[in-house]
Design a protein. Structure first.
Ligand code: WTA
Length: 640
C-alpha cells in the first residue's frame, strides 16, 4: 500500500471513514430516503415527497419532482436570518493593487435584487434563456443568481470563446438576452467582451433584443439604442420576490464539446442540481462555517457553476472570486491571494499545478500558506508527480488533496476521496460519492469485476445528473445511453485497483482535454476546413507537459498548394476566430494525404500514434488504401 498517502489525523469533521461506509451503503440500498433526507439541506416551498423517478431506457430522469423551491432564495435570502453580516464574496481583481470588493450575504442579496430588477426591466421573463458572457467579477455570479431568482434559464459562455462560438450558443437556445461587461482583464490583456457581443449579435442571425452591460474597466464601448443598456441604468432596489420553481424546472444550460457536431447544451434542473451541489460541497470540501473557500475556475465552465456559484453559496460559505490568472504579475500570484485572504480550501486544475511546479518552489514558499487546510483538483488526470508537489510544497504535507472526477453532465463531484476519511492515492480520483454506482465495462459492454481497466459507466441516476441536451433529447440518448444500453456512459477510460479506487485514464472518444477544457476534434476540423486553401483536416491529441493534451492537426491542401509557416499561422488564426484561443492548434502538419481505409474512413488510431511519437506500435496498417503514406507521415511529424 506504499502508493497510498495516509490522511493527516483529525482533519475530518463532516464524515469519517465509518460514516462514509454506512452512508454509501444506505445511498445505494435506499436512495429515495437517503436523498430526501439530504434534500433537507435546502429550503423548499413545497417539500418533495418523491425521490428519484428515472429510467435509462427510455431515458427520462426526474428527482424530487413534486417539490418546489427557488435556488437563489437558498443561496442568498435564507442566509439573511443568521448570516447577513457574514462574508459571501471576496473579489480579488486581476491587478494585485486593484480594489478588493467584499460582499456580505446582505450586500449580495441587495446586488442580486438590483440585477434581477434590471433583467425584468429589460423584458426577461420566467423560462427565458439569458446568455452570460462575463469576466470573473461579482456581477457574473450575481447575474446567474438573478436569473435563478426570476426563473430565467442562464447559459454562461466562457469569455474566452470567439464571437462566432458565442453566436452559435445564443442561436442554439434561442436566447433573446445577453449580459456582458465592457471589458474583462486577464493578465496583461484586456478582453473586449462588448465588442465580441456586438460581433456575435450583429453579424449572425440571432434574436437578441436586450444586452445588459456591466461597467467594469470603463473602456469606451458602443451602445446600440434600444438594445443595449448599462446595468447601472436599469438596476433598482425595489422588492423582487423569488419565483417558485418546480424541482424539475430548468436552471441552466451549459454548452460543452462532444466527439461529433456542434457543442451540446446540457440542461440542468433546479432541485436535483441544488441538492447535489450543496451535498457534494459540504462533504468533498469538508466545509466548516469559518472556512474561506477558493475555486479558481471561471463561471464559464461547470466547475464555476457548481463550486463558485451554487455549492458554496447554498452552504453559506465565504469565498474568493478571482479575476486574474496564475502567472500574472508572477508565478506566485495564487499563493499571494491565499495569504492575502487566508484561504483555507483551494480548488484548481492540474494544468495550473503543472505550470506553477515548473517555475520552482520559491514562488510558493515566498507566501504564507498556513491558512490552507485542504486542496483539491479537477478537470483532467493529475500525474502523481504534480500531485506530490501540490501536496508536499503547496500544502506543506499537512493538507489532504481531493482529486475530484466529474463532468458537465454529472453536475457535481462523482469520484473522490473524502478529506481525512480516506487514504489518498496520487493519480487516482478514488471512491464513488454517495449514490454513485460506477461500473467498468469492456468494449462489448461486459461488466468487469475487481481490479480491472475498461470504460467507465454509471448504472443508476443521481440527483445532479443533466436531464437532456437542450432541444435535442435524441442526441442526449444517443450520446450517453446508447453505447451501453441501460447505462450512462461517461466516455472516459478508467482503472479500478484492488482497493476499489478509480483512476481515470482519459477520454476514449474524440474529445481532447486541453488544460482541463474539453475540445471536440470535429469542431477544430470544421474550423480548419473553412479556410479556402484547406481540403481536409484530421485533429488528434498528443501528450503535453503543461496542458495535459495538445492539439495536433493534420491538414491537406487543395491541389497544387504547399504548406508554409505563414499558412500555419493563418490556420491557427482561423481556429481562434471560429472557436476561441482555447482551441488554438499546437501543431500543424501539412500532408499530401490522410491515412484512409479503402472505404475512405480516416484511420485516426494511426494519426494519434504518430502525433504521440509512438510509431513502434502502429498496429495493422495493411488495410490502408496507401500503406506507403505512413512513412511519409512519420517523416513529416511536427515536433515542438
Ligand atoms: C476529465 C469538468 C481525471 C474527464 C468538471 C471528464 C478528469 C472531463 C477529472 C469532463 C479528474 C475531470 N481526473 N479526469 N479528477 N475531472 N476529468 O465536462 O475526462 O469540463 O470526462 O467537467 O474532464 O470535463 P468537463
Amino acid at each position: 500500500m506504499s502508493e497510498f498517502v495516509q490522511p493527516p489525523q483529525s482533519t475530518v469533521t463532516n464524515c469519517t471513514a465509518q460514516d462514509y461506509e454506512a452512508a454509501y451503503a444506505r445511498s445505494l440500498s435506499d436512495p429515495d430516503v437517503f436523498w430526501l433526507e439530504h434534500a433537507q439541506r435546502l429550503d423548499w416551498i413545497t417539500p418533495p415527497t418523491k425521490g428519484g423517478e428515472w429510467s435509462y431506457d427510455p431515458v427520462e430522469i426526474a428527482w424530487f419532482a413534486d417539490g418546489t423551491l427557488n435556488l437563489c432564495h437558498n443561496a442568498v435570502d435564507r442566509h439573511l436570518a443568521d448570516k447577513a453580516d457574514k462574508t459571501a464574496l471576496i473579489f480579488e481583481p486581476n491587478d494585485p493593487d486593484g480594489e478588493v470588493r467584499t460582499l456580505t450575504y446582505a450586500q449580495l442579496h441587495a446586488e442580486v435584487v438590483r440585477m434581477a430588477n434590471a433583467l425584468k426591466a429589460m423584458g426577461v421573463t420566467r423560462g427565458a434563456r439569458v446568455t452570460l458572457y462575463m469576466p470573473m467579477v461579482v456581477e457574473g455570479v450575481v447575474a446567474m443568481l438573478a436569473c435563478a431568482r426570476i426563473g430565467a434559464v442562464h447559459s454562461v459562455v466562457f469569455g474566452g470563446f470567439s464571437p462566432e462560438a458565442l453566436a452559435g450558443r445564443i442561436i442554439d437556445c434561442d436566447s433573446e438576452f445577453v449580459i456582458t461587461a465592457d471589458e474583462g482583464r486577464r493578465g496583461n490583456k484586456p478582453i473586449p467582451l462588448k465588442v465580441s457581443v456586438d460581433a456575435a449579435v450583429d453579424e449572425h442571425d440571432t434574436r437578441v433584443k436586450g444586452v445588459l452591460v456591466v461597467k467594469h474597466t470603463g473602456a469606451d464601448v458602443a451602445m446600440k439604442d434600444g438594445r443595449d443598456h448599462w446595468y447601472a441604468d436599469l438596476a433598482s432596489d425595489g422588492d423582487c420576490p423569488c419565483e417558485p420553481m418546480n424541482a424539475e424546472d430548468p436552471l441552466f444550460i451549459l454548452y460543452t464539446s462532444g466527439s461529433t457536431g456542434k457543442p451540446k447544451g446540457l440542461l440542468h434542473t433546479t432541485g436535483g442540481y441544488g441538492v447535489w451541489t450543496a451535498t457534494t460541497f459540504h462533504y468533498v470540501f469538508d466545509h466548516q462555517p469559518d472556512d474561506i473557500f477558493w475555486c479558481s475556475a471561471d463561471i464559464g465552465w461547470i466547475t464555476g457553476h457548481s463550486y463558485v456559484t451554487y455549492g458554496p453559496l447554498l452552504n453559506g460559505a465565504s469565498q474568493v472570486i478571482f479575476e486574474g490568472v496564475p502567472n500574472y504579475p508572477d508565478h506566485g500570484r495564487f499563493w499571494q491571494v491565499v495569504e492575502k485572504h487566508k484561504v483555507s480550501i483551494f480548488y484548481t486544475a492540474p494544468t495550473a499545478i503543472r505550470a506553477l511546479m515548473r517555475e520552482g518552489d520559491d514562488f510558493v514558499t515566498a507566501h504564507d500558506r498556513s491558512s490552507l487546510r485542504l486542496l483539491g483538483t479537477v478537470g483532467e488526470p493529475i500525474n502523481p508527480e504534480a500531485w506530490r508537489w501540490y501536496h508536499r510544497v503547496v500544502g506543506e504535507g499537512r493538507c489532504p488533496v481531493v482529486d475530484t472526477w466529474w463532468q458537465t453532465e454529472t453536475g457535481g463531484v462523482m469520484l473522490t476521496t473524502l478529506p481525512g476519511a480516506h487514504a489518498m492515492k496520487p493519480g487516482s480520483a478514488g471512491l464513488p460519492f454517495f449514490g454513485v454506482q460506477p461500473q467498468l465495462v469492456d468494449a462489448e459492454g461486459q461488466m468487469l469485476e475487481g481490479a480491472a481497466e475498461g470504460n467507465l459507466c454509471i448504472t443508476s441516476s443521481w440527483p445532479g445528473q443533466a436531464r437532456t441536451i437542450y432541444g435535442d433529447h435524441d442526441r442526449f440518448v444517443q450520446t450517453y445511453f446508447s453505447t451501453y444500453k441501460g447505462k450512462y456512459f461517461t466516455s472516459d477510460g478508467c482503472q479500478r485497483d484492488a482497493q476499489g479506487y478509480y483512476r481515470i485514464t482519459g477520454r476514449v472518444d474524440d474529445v481532447i482535454n486541453v488544460s482541463g477544457h474539453r475540445m471536440g476534434t470535429a469542431e477544430v476540423e470544421s474550423a480548419l476546413v473553412l479556410h479556402p486553401k484547406v481540403s481536409e483536416a484530421a485533429v488528434v491529441a498528443f501528450p503535453h507537459d503543461i496542458k495535459g493534451q495538445g492539439i495536433y492537426c493534420y491538414v491537406t491542401l487543395n491541389a497544387g498548394l504547399e504548406g508554409s509557416d505563414d499558412l500555419a499561422a493563418e490556420l491557427r488564426q482561423q481556429v481562434r476566430k471560429e472557436i476561441g484561443p482555447v482551441a488554438t492548434p499546437d501543431r500543424i502538419h501539412f500532408t499530401d494525404d490522410l491515412p484512409k481505409t479503402r472505404s475512405g474512413k480516416i484511420m485516426r488510431r494511426i494519426l494519434r500514434k504518430i502525433a504521440e511519437n509512438d510509431h513502434g506500435s502502429l498496429g495493422d496498417t495493411s488495410t490502408l488504401a496507401d500503406p506507403s503514406l505512413v512513412d511519409r507521415l512519420i517523416e513529416g511529424r511536427v515536433d515542438g
